[in-house]
Design a protein around this ligand. Structure first.
Ligand SMILES: CC(C)(COP(=O)(O)OP(=O)(O)OC[C@H]1O[C@@H](n2cnc3c(N)ncnc32)[C@H](O)[C@@H]1OP(=O)(O)O)[C@@H](O)C(=O)NCCC(=O)NCCS
Length: 184
């Protein structure tokens, strides 16, 4: 998850003692085995649904503000997708931006706790990379918390490699890791 400097002041005001992923999973009930999901474009009309889902994915003050989502979903350089459960409810999302230097930047990806480990994040990431390729992006970057092992495993599985540690990247003092993937 990236820090978007333009509007970062309201984020991550709470110190993180236990990684939020572990707290949330204690209370989630997995969706039925065999549930079929669709990957669809994510548009500004889904702003509130996406913002609410983000708050379930990033607990303890880590979530982006509504203004941040508004900015990310209306930017012309946005390449964003959602995962829809049967009935259409959003259970996952990914937001990418094509940066001015033509790198692809994955700013955030999240899947609802009760729909995890069904390869939804993998499908969302694959779709955003496809969107980047269509816009002539050849290099993708993302930032991840050094304590967020599930996300790091996901990115490694998809071919991303850590290239740099970002000390105190997050406003609660947590370190970030910069990860890169070539689309060549
Ligand atoms: C990280 C996150 C997006 C993964 O979503 P997901 O849909 O469960 O991930 P997938 O099912 O697509 O996982 C694909 C692969 O990633 C790895 N992976 C994903 N979650 C993992 C976990 N908890 N532990 C270990 N490996 C994991 C595995 O290799 C997995 O493949 P496998 O299930 O065949 O072993 C989800 O846990 C989440 O929303 N977390 C909170 C928000 C967050 O941290 N986002 C990333 C910010 S940088």
């Amino acid at each position: 998850m990236a820090v978007i400097k333009k509007i970062r002041s309201r984020w991550w005001s709470q110190p993180v003692e236990k990684y939020p992923h572990e707290v949330e999973l204690e209370h989630s009930v997995p969706a039925a085995v065999g549930t079929r999901y669709d990957i669809r474009p994510l548009a500004i009309s889904q702003l509130d649904e996406c913002w609410r889902l983000d708050q379930r994915c990033f607990v303890d003050g880590e979530a982006y503000s509504r203004e941040t989502f508004e900015y990310l979903l209306t930017a012309p350089e946005s390449v964003s997708f959602r995962a829809a459960a049967p009935g259409g409810a959003m259970v996952g999302f990914v937001i990418g931006l094509v940066e001015p230097d033509h790198t692809g930047h994955i700013t955030t990806v999240g899947v609802a706790p009760d729909h995890r480990r069904r390869h939804l994040a993998k499908r969302l990431m694959t779709e955003v990379e496809k969107g980047f390729r269509q816009r002539n992006v050849r290099l993708v970057r993302l930032e991840v918390r050094s304590l967020n092992i599930p996300a790091q495993k996901l990115y490694e599985r998809l071919g991303y490699a850590v290239t740099q540690r970002l000390p105190k990247y997050y406003s609660n003092g947590g370190d970030g890791l910069l990860m890169l993937k070539s689309l060549e």
